[in-house]
Design a binder for this molecule. Structure first.
Ligand SMILES: *Cc1c(COP(=O)(O)O)cnc(C)c1O
Length: 363
């Protein structure tokens, strides 16, 4: 089986120098803070693969309690957590139902097809949210021998490429009820679940209620250099730890990074509301450029802003180039669409400076 396209030219191979400036391309670009590094420096470590790393165990216990699940495991990335969840909750040939613009489908290099051999059923949605009614369109699958079994529904909370939208609790409840009724497993890609929790004022425990597994990313708004958690219950334990090992996710002195996770859970959650305020502030500033820039998710509710370049002045590609020249970076996620993400290394002054740069480019 040939799964790697070795002729592919990867973007990152061209980008060898680190970007320095106002980086709104993602909330993954944060640098670990001094107190976080201090916690890492002081971490007591052991061999995680033998379950002998006390700091990793502490993080896992803390997380399982916080989320209200039997277990939490520490993993190198949220991508790996997602892939383990899918592969442990589905059989080959089963259908995985998720939003068409979900990270699972658009940003994991085809992982669901490779690791879990599932058939992907993307639900059309611009926001990343979908409804019970849309799920019911898949209902007929379960009724005859020709159809793949609808085995797993995955919801992304908040929706990354849908504009950082948290799922409303009543919509989540409907999905959970429907999945139980249809005997379908539930996974939440909660890479930004703390942004959802802060915005909706629901605890992460309440948000995850009824789900089989939840992915939590530590290297987004929480500011860790790497790492993620997968939370789940005891019936799934054997499958999950087997897949973790199989995928190379078993680690050694991982407490060095787990310490950053503990620090983040204790210190970096409540401050996410600053990121939400900065995103809103950025969008309010953008309104004066309305003949050039159209904000898609106005007002933004968490830390992600999507905007389209609609200007006649020059192309989106040029706008991107001019911004980079002036040390301002967004991520360009479609031909004319940009994503701006606020995070703990972006201050209100940075947002003001970003606004000034756009102003200068347009002048
Ligand atoms: C970033 C992200 C991931 C992957 O996280 P990594 O830790 O970078 O692998 C998965 N899902 C969503 C929604 C994300 O935003």
């Amino acid at each position: 089986m040939k799964t790697l396209d070795t002729n592919r030219k990867y973007y990152f191979q061209k980008e060898k120098t680190m970007f320095k400036g106002i980086d709104l391309s993602s909330d993954t670009v944060t640098q670990p803070s001094l107190p976080m590094r201090k916690a890492m420096f002081d971490a007591v470590v052991g061999d995680e693969q033998k379950n002998e790393d006390p700091t990793t165990s502490e993080l896992q216990e803390k997380a399982s309690k916080l989320f209200g699940f039997d277990h939490a495991i520490f993993l190198p990335s949220a991508t790996m957590a997602n892939e383990i969840a899918i592969a442990s909750l589905c059989n080959p040939g089963d259908a995985l139902i998720a939003a068409e613009n979900s990270h699972l489908f658009v940003a994991e290099s085809g992982g669901p097809a490779v690791h879990a051999k599932v058939i992907c059923r993307p639900i059309p949605t611009a926001t990343g949210l979908f409804t019970q009614n849309q799920l019911e369109n898949y209902h007929y699958w379960r009724r005859n021998i020709h159809s793949p079994v609808a085995r797993l529904i995955s919801v992304e909370n908040t929706t990354n490429f849908g504009g950082g939208i948290p799922w409303p609790k009543d919509e989540l409840n409907k999905i959970v009820r429907y999945a139980k009724e249809m005997n379908i497993n539930l996974h939440m890609d909660g890479s930004r679940i703390f942004n959802a929790s802060i915005q909706t004022e629901l605890s992460v425990k309440e948000i995850c209620d009824g789900f089989n597994m939840v992915t939590v990313c530590l290297s987004k708004g929480l500011g860790c250099p790497m790492g993620a958690l997968l939370v789940f219950n005891k019936n799934d334990y054997d499958k999950v730890v087997h897949l973790k090992h199989l995928m190379g996710g078993a680690m050694r002195q991982s407490g060095i990074v787990a310490a950053a996770g503990i620090y983040a859970l204790e210190n970096n959650i409540l401050r996410l509301k600053d990121d939400h305020e900065n995103a809103l502030f950025f969008v309010n500033n953008l309104s004066k450029f309305s003949s050039h820039i159209k904000v898609i998710n106005s007002p933004p509710v968490t830390n992600i802003v999507l905007f389209d370049w609609i200007s006649e002045k020059f192309s989106a590609e040029k706008f991107d180039e001019y911004c980079l020249e002036k040390k301002l970076r967004f991520s360009r996620i479609e031909k004319n669409r940009f994503r701006a993400v606020t995070h703990l290394d972006i201050t209100k002054d940075d947002v003001i400076a970003a606004d000034k740069i756009i102003h200068d480019i347009l002048a």
